[in-house]
Design a protein around this ligand. Sequence first.
Ligand code: BG6
Length: 326
Amino acid sequence: EKCGYSHFMLKEIMEQPEAVRKTISPRLVNREIVLEELNDAKELMKNISRIYIVACGSAYHVGMVGKYAWEKLLHIPVEACLASEFRYSEPLLGESSLVIVISQSGETLDSMAALREAKRKGSKVLSIVNVMGSSIARESDYVLYTWAGPEIAVATTKAYTTQMVLLLMLGNYLTKQLNRIEQDEYAAIIRELQSLPEKISVILNNLEHYQKTAANYFNHNSIFYIGRNLDYALGLEGSLKLKEKSLSNIVEVKSRGAEVIALTTELTVNQIGSQASEMFVIPKTHLLLQPVLGVIPLQLFAYYVALNRGCDIDKPRNLAKSVTVE
Ligand code: BG6
């Protein structure tokens, strides 16, 4: 079942080009994003003044990226909410709010409860789900499926990347339907969407680098991930400024005795390279799609660190694939 891989996690990491391709390509027709599941998108969005993206765990992290991308694309306030908190935070639900639920399994109890609360208060619910016919899929007004295939390892990889890509596609689709995006920008995003599977493969072709880096760092007591929010929301100049700031963070951390592994794109390799001990370089893509590629090196690094430490990779201690009880 593991097809020669030592763990499901690595198998599923390696399946990402295909999973992302399957999620994207049926929805790209003649250089347009086509979401048949949403044929009345204009009608759906007509009175929407606020969007909540609700999810648990990794799917919530996808929602956090979505918040930045969607606000930039749609010019509507978007909030990413942890499903377990949603019911208790008195969200402004009603006809003018749209609720997006993201869930791999489609069975997570907190996400389900948030969905029901949203519907009870009159909001439409659109879900992004991996498991066909799951509870969340069944109860949603609209469902978009990620075509990641079954994900066995508890740590999500291909479900995460396909959720991310689908959420970004959906954001671009809605902004196009609402005429809120320039044609050139839209065309550039479509081109880059098409090339994502290939670019993921480029990263995956270099497993030895992650293996080696992990072998050098696996016995450190702490690893901190440092980064600023998604700098794409701020445009080119803002992005440049943030990168400069990131650079000074690196210098600061190094001066306090830490070693630095930098995750960067081809564009900034030279700037960053002189300051970092190691680099994970991802191919250049549209800024909005960068998180889809950026996560792959982090998955590989986590996998090889866990391998070196002798962890139970596919079933980490005290973690369940989905939590269906309160
Ligand atoms: C958590 C799992 O309880 O549920 C996480 O431990 C997972 O790994 C989260 O990301 C959400 O699961 P799902 O199936 O709703 O995406």
